[in-house]
Design a protein around this ligand. Structure first.
Ligand code: 13P
Length: 236
């Protein structure tokens, strides 16, 4: 069964997140949808939600501490308050816009692994690497696995080419086919695709071999669009 995840990034308020989550929860119940659905709201919108078992709220980020002096960060004390046990690590915006290094990412990964969190671990190449060719692209992606234990049970991978994120430019079906095949050959974990996924291209993407689901930004922020994409995911 395919997985679908929504990354809110820096969008939605506490109030609109609550409405969104409750709407999706009711939808999954009413439509008897069993697919795994994940939502990653902003840290300020984490809350205690009463949810069907296949709907999970995760954190977009957190530091690799329980608590301490790390201004602007949250740790597991803050996540525990809301029973959060799922986290995104290695997202391209944290790597490229916020300057997280592979070393930091690996420390974060190991910390959350030691606590048994479900980790959605993201990799993907920037445009200049993509343009340099497949060998360079794969080399770049393998380096993003440095320090990452790929045998970890509670791991989901996401391939998100940087140049396809928030740009409206989706990777071609051929590109996704090639990269997913290569990653799956090395790592036998669920593998999501992310990058300009929307209701009109989701079905074709889910039909690609080795695509186990999607991680969606922009087009998932509208609840009706997200519901439509959950339906498409169910039917695949
Ligand atoms: P977009 O769907 O906006 O391209 O974002 C993808 C993404 O980064 C999900 O984590």
């Amino acid at each position: 069964m395919k997985i679908i995840a929504s990354n809110f990034k820096t969008n939605h308020t506490r109030k609109s997140t609550k409405e969104f989550v409750e709407n999706i929860n009711k939808f999954l119940k009413d439509e008897n949808i069993d697919n795994e659905v994940l939502i990653f709201p902003t840290a300020t919108s984490l809350d205690e939600f009463s949810l069907v078992k296949n709907l999970t709220i995760g954190s977009q980020n957190a530091y690799y501490v329980k608590n301490g002096s790390f201004t602007g960060e949250i740790g597991t004390d803050q996540l525990d308050e809301f029973g959060i046990k799922t986290i995104l690590i290695g997202h391209s915006e944290r790597r490229h816009k916020l300057g997280e290094s592979q070393k930091d990412i690996a420390l974060k990964y190991n910390y959350y692994k030691s606590l048994g969190y479900k980790i959605i671990y993201c990799v993907g190449e920037p445009l200049e690497v993509y343009e340099a060719g497949l060998t360079e692209t794969l080399g770049y992606i393998w380096e993003q696995f440095d320090g990452i234990d790929l045998d970890y049970d509670n791991l989901i991978l996401a391939y998100e080419p940087v140049w396809a994120i928030g740009t409206g430019v989706v990777a071609s079906l051929d590109d996704i086919t090639t990269i997913h095949k290569k990653i799956k050959k090395k790592i036998s974990k669920p593998l999501l695709y992310g990058g300009s996924v929307k209701p009109t291209n989701l079905d074709a993407i889910l039909k690609i071999p080795n695509v186990d689901g999607t991680l969606i930004g922009t087009s998932s922020w509208n609840v009706e669009d997200f519901k439509q994409m959950i339906k498409i995911t169910k039917d695949n």
